[in-house]
Ligand binder design. Structure first.
Ligand SMILES: [Mg+2]
Length: 416
């Protein structure tokens, strides 16, 4: 209640009169009279912490948090371009936005902007442009708010919960937000194309709300009061939880054989091939292109293993028969039986697992994240393995999440 009273005392229209600079101070910084103006101009009020950029435009702590995405939610570009050309290239998403924000501010909500800005990492967005834009938003809005930007595609990027955790831990003076009273509004809701609107480029905002436990609104719902029925999520990793503990083949989990053999894996990056080897076939020599670098080296190591009487797994994507024949021919020559394990995993799951390599630091990963193009290419090139290629058996493997290395690992996996 204290927060509410204080908020009401301050008339929004008077906010910028007097010392405006005070509001630009980052939390924890002490106001230093003569220097304030320089600080605003020099944008030193921003705090950079890992991949998070944070600014406090004078917002008081509250257990009622109204979180917002920025682009296509609070503002659009004035130029109509996809990305803002400069700090002034913005207009309110709708004329109702500033008044609605004032209204909820006076109602005791703390306004916090959570914005994905991975363009910073690849130099497409200059931090100065971003900071300038927030400063202009503040000048126009004349009410306090905080802004957090995730500048990399890591655990802080929505729909991952890093920015929210950072906010709760560092930006609200220890006040724990009440999720039932708080909300999050963003345009990336996974909505299909309509006559008047392009399809949402992602469902990242909706999943961010889901992962943080906040009530979700699209800008149309929140600012315009339009009732929308959101379609089911195209991919919801939380549903994979039901598979935990099941067998990847529906059979008894005994994949290794007593007799010497070669197994060729066929599967997209992110299909869980190396993890499968680690879980079930660790006694087999692992032949992997990421570690061995060239196909010649892979073939050499495979041959060597078989010649030494060991079994081996070709842990590469092996999308087509031609690639696989490099290895089946070695097995044939050395009269060692060969099986194919086809990782029949939905593309969305592969992409999710691939993302984990960058966003989930609670786990040791076998490979670095690859570009999604490589995953699409795998699915395009895939020729399903057939026994005629020289396999004694073709086994189909389904994806089962886990085992997880820690609760942090599990949390990151399902909240992404
Ligand atoms: Mg947006």
């Amino acid at each position: 209640m204290k927060v509410l009273k204080k908020a009401r005392k301050r008339k929004p229209n008077n906010d910028l009169k007097g010392s405006t600079a005070k509001r630009f101070m980052a939390s924890g910084e002490k106001s230093d009279q003569g220097k304030e103006e320089t600080k605003v101009k020099g944008l030193q009020t921003w705090k950079s912490d890992g991949s998070i950029l944070f600014a406090d435009f004078g917002a008081k702590s509250s257990d009622k948090v109204a979180g917002f995405d920025m682009d296509s939610t609070l503002i659009d570009t004035k130029s109509g371009a996809l990305f803002a050309k400069n700090a002034s290239d913005w207009k309110w998403w709708d004329e109702t936005v500033p008044n609605k924000l004032k209204e909820i501010y006076e109602d005791g909500y703390k306004i916090v902007i959570f914005s994905n800005q991975a363009g910073v990492e690849i130099n497409r967005v200059k931090p100065e442009t971003l900071k300038g834009k927030f400063t202009q938003l503040y000048s126009s809005l004349k009410i306090p708010f905080q802004a957090l930007c995730a500048t990399s595609k890591d655990e802080n990027r929505k729909p991952n919960t890093g920015m929210w955790k950072y906010f709760v831990q560092n930006c609200n003076n220890g006040v724990i937000p009440k999720k039932t009273k708080s909300l999050y509004c963003g345009d990336a809701a996974g909505r299909p194309k309509t006559k008047t609107k392009k399809k949402d480029f992602s469902d990242g905002d909706r999943k961010f709300a889901l992962n943080t436990g906040l009530t979700f609104y699209t800008p149309e719902m929140y600012f315009l009061g339009i009732k929308e029925r959101l379609p089911p999520l195209a991919f919801n990793v939380k549903k994979l939880k039901d598979l935990e503990g099941k067998s990847p083949t529906g059979e008894e989990e005994k994949y290794a054989k007593e007799e010497q053999e070669m197994i060729i894996f066929i599967g997209s990056p992110g299909a869980g091939k190396s993890t499968f080897w680690n879980n079930f076939l660790k006694d087999y020599v692992r032949v992997n292109n990421d570690t061995l670098k060239t196909k010649e080296k892979c073939m050499k190591v495979a041959r060597q293993a078989l010649e030494e009487g060991k079994s081996c797994v070709i842990d590469n994507t092996n999308p087509d028969a031609a690639t696989r024949s490099r290895y089946t021919s070695i097995a044939e020559e050395l009269k060692v039986p060969c099986r194919a394990f086809l990782f029949d995993i939905e593309k969305n799951i592969c992409m999710h697992n691939n993302d984990q390599r960058k966003v989930n630091s609670h786990r040791s990963h076998f490979s670095k994240k690859v570009s999604n193009v490589i995953i699409h290419t795998f699915f395009k090139r895939l020729e399903k393995p057939a026994e005629e290629e020289g396999f004694s058996e073709v086994k189909t493997i389904k994806f089962i999440p886990g085992p997880f290395e820690s609760t942090g690992d599990e949390e990151s996996y399902y909240n992404s």
